[in-house]
Design a protein around this ligand. Structure first.
Ligand SMILES: N[C@@H](CCC(=O)N[C@@H](CS)C(=O)NCC(=O)O)C(=O)O
Length: 215
């Protein structure tokens, strides 16, 4: 049995869920918030982060490791390109998404949704403006230079790059953020394609159906 510890509104949990669903692996979600202090969770999450994968009692942390593991146990629909350079590009885009892009996309989510609607905290307007005016456009400028006009991000199949990048923009979408197609036409058209894919439509429908109260 496969169990994923995490909450669907966490972008990293979403990335792992998209991978599980891509591989058509049945799993249970064990709702667990970041920083959960229970000894059971801390024993399987040394950094206290979500998500954690449990496969028949074998546990592993970190979505890059989780996705690689899932790929190894379901080799038929690999999300790692065969070509070494394509694989390196896909893994680089994963790293870029997991570090720089998510900071920005999760920042929008936190400032526009999480803080005012769930945490009873005021939005840090200066931080939000810096993301919207400076740091996110910088990311988009870079992405515009690497996103192809058609198809997937790397090679001819869905890859870890797509799961990672799409995950970030879905997080920003919750904060009512849309990439401007006039400024960043390739990224916009890529996201339109990606958001229409059944894998993503189904994941988002499930997230929206299970939104915490107040959101
Ligand atoms: N590199 C990790 C990042 C996971 C991560 O940062 N998860 C967030 C929730 S989206 C978390 O648990 N944050 C709590 C913390 O950093 O202490 C991965 O890919 O799984």
């Amino acid at each position: 049995m496969i169990k994923l510890y995490g909450v669907p509104l966490s972008p990293f949990a979403r990335k792992a869920m998209l991978a599980l669903e891509h591989f058509e692996l049945e799993y249970e979600n064990e709702p667990t918030f970041p920083g959960d202090e229970s000894p059971e969770f801390r024993a399987i999450s040394p950094l206290g982060k979500i998500p954690i994968l449990d496969h028949d009692g074998f546990t592993v942390a970190d979505t890059s490791v989780i996705c690689r593991y899932l790929d190894r146990i379901s080799p038929d629909k690999s999300i790692y390109p065969d070509d070494p350079q394509e694989e390196a590009r896909a893994c680089w885009l994963e790293e870029y998404a997991d570090s720089r892009l998510i900071e920005n996309c999760a920042g929008i989510f936190r400032e526009r949704l999480l803080k005012p609607k769930m945490m009873n905290q005021p939005t840090d307007e200066a931080h939000l403006a810096d993301i919207l005016d400076n740091t996110l456009p910088e990311c988009l400028k870079y992405l515009e230079s690497v996103v192809p006009e058609t198809g997937y991000l790397v090679g001819s199949n869905l890859s870890i790059a797509d799961l990672s990048i799409v995950t970030c923009f879905l997080q920003a979408q919750y904060g009512e953020y849309e990439v401007d197609g006039g400024q960043f036409p390739r990224v916009r058209s890529y996201l339109d394609r990606a958001f229409a894919a059944p894998l993503v439509v189904t994941r988002m429908a499930s997230e929206r159906a299970n939104m915490p109260p107040g959101l």
